[in-house]
Design a protein around this ligand. Structure first.
Ligand code: MN3
Length: 214
């Protein structure tokens, strides 16, 4: 199969002012697109893995060489990231239902959870991602990964499980607007989180033991 860059579910201006249009445009059409193009090139001669859908590919990406791991992870993580955000006012701004209960149970409150996740995002040295992940033992954790690694990748990530929320903390995600102030970017990013999508990822996929398909 050929992997494709799917259009964003909103316009480039839709996440202003917290995420500026120029950043969003470049991030999607240049950065994300390059991962898709390079992933297809890397898989062209990989008979074992070229037929896998993007989510299934994540599990075996750690055995497939760095080009598949980096570009396949880059493609998957960005798909989850775009889906995890929404224009202000168009989605729930807090978790609800079973996910809300689980977060309260795990961290004590939504604010405590946000602190822990922000810490994972801000504390990632250099380029990487912060994730909210449901492990197979049923625990919900926040963690981060370097490069484009994610918790679906067997043997790669120290946390193994199904990611339901992610924040991109590569400099290309925020540098034009926030320069070196990653903490300010993460603080404002919370206003963009689409909790309808995250709750759906939790209930329809993670709790069923399946990765969110892209
Ligand atoms: Mn990125």
């Amino acid at each position: 199969m050929t992997h494709v860059l799917v259009p964003l579910p909103y316009g480039h201006e839709a996440l202003e002012p917290h995420m500026d249009a120029q950043t969003l445009h470049l991030h999607h059409t240049a950065h994300h697109n390059s991962y898709v193009v390079k992933l297809n090139a890397a898989l062209a001669d990989d008979e074992e893995r070229k037929g896998l859908d993007l989510a299934s590919l994540q599990y075996v990406a750690g055995y497939a060489g760095l080009a598949v791991r980096n570009n396949g992870g880059g493609h998957y993580n960005h798909c989850l990231y775009w889906q995890n955000m929404a224009p202000i006012g168009s989605a729930n701004t807090k978790p609800f239902g079973g996910l809300e209960e689980k977060i309260d149970q795990t961290w004590g409150s939504f604010d405590k959870f946000k602190e822990a996740f922000s810490q994972a995002a801000i504390g990632r040295f250099a380029s990487g991602w912060a994730f909210l992940t449901l492990k197979s033992d049923g625990t919900l954790v926040v963690h981060n990964t370097p490069n484009h690694d994610n918790p679906l990748m067997e043997t790669v990530s120290d946390v193994q499980g199904i990611p339901i929320l992610t924040c991109d903390v590569w400099e290309h995600a925020y540098y034009l607007k926030y320069q070196n102030r990653r903490n300010e970017f993460v603080e404002n990013w919370w206003r963009l989180v689409n909790w309808d999508a995250v709750v759906n990822n939790y209930e329809q996929y993670a709790l069923q033991g399946r990765p969110v398909p892209f």
